[in-house]
Design a protein around this ligand. Structure first.
Ligand SMILES: Cc1cc2nc3c(=O)[nH]c(=O)nc-3n(C[C@H](O)[C@H](O)[C@H](O)COP(=O)(O)O)c2cc1C
Length: 199
């Protein structure tokens, strides 16, 4: 089984990337046979969607094709999204426009939001309401909010990270994996071509 983790900060060496690395380690602790694809949107610097994508030139050639294939072959997704200006990041929104070829279609997704303060709710509300229509990603009915993220340091969290958070993350990762393996058969009976875009 393959899981993609998408770190959607705009900053290199971001808190989102730190959390993505931590999640990758946790997933492998749960199941060492998992294949993980970690996409750091700050590093990959994908441009905003444009009509040029159709031509497959420049970044829309090998670079995007390789990312697209990795997402396409994944069984589930974890989107780590920081709150910027009370919103999901533009990079997070952009990846949903770029995935126009069924890469995420009818596969479970987990949103993990990140805030250096007490935020983190807005990007979850935003992604839940607006990202699924054409991608057909299935957000699972759990999410994680990591507040005071700079104090998140497994083994010696700062005082503003509650003790129960590690257990909650473990529980939700196990849940995502259960959805990922159990939703596989669903995709064999879905005809995506007739109604490729949601209503
Ligand atoms: C442009 C920008 C806007 C931000 N806006 C918010 C916000 O609205 N709410 C919030 O809780 N944190 C906000 N922050 C602080 C981020 O939560 C904090 O910088 C976090 O570490 C960002 O994640 P990253 O390191 O993965 O980019 C903002 C940060 C940036 C850079």
């Amino acid at each position: 089984m393959k899981i993609s983790i998408i770190s959607s900060s705009h900053r290199i060496n971001s808190e989102s990337k730190k959390i993505s690395d931590f999640i990758e380690k946790n997933l492998l602790n749960i199941n060492n046979d998992l294949e993980i694809f970690l996409l750091d949107l700050a590093k990959s610097s994908l441009p905003l969607w444009s009509p040029d994508k159709k031509n497959g030139e420049g970044v829309w050639g090998e670079t995007w094709n390789s990312i697209s294939k990795n997402l396409e072959s994944s069984d589930g997704f974890i989107v780590v999204v920081p709150e910027y200006g009370g919103m999901a990041t533009p990079a997070a929104k952009n990846i949903f426009l770029l995935c126009g070829n069924g890469e995420l279609s009818h596969k479970p997704g987990l949103i993990v939001s990140v805030s250096s303060g007490n935020g983190g709710a807005y990007p979850i509300a935003e992604l839940r309401s607006s990202s699924y229509k054409n991608t057909h990603i299935m957000w699972i009915p759990e999410n994680i909010i990591i507040r005071n993220v700079e104090e998140f340091n497994p083994g010696s969290h700062g005082k503003n990270i509650p003790n129960w958070l590690d257990d909650r993350i473990d529980y939700v990762l196990n849940l995502l994996l259960a959805y990922a393996s159990n939703m596989k058969p669903l995709r064999t009976i879905i005809n995506r071509k007739d109604f490729g875009n949601g209503m």
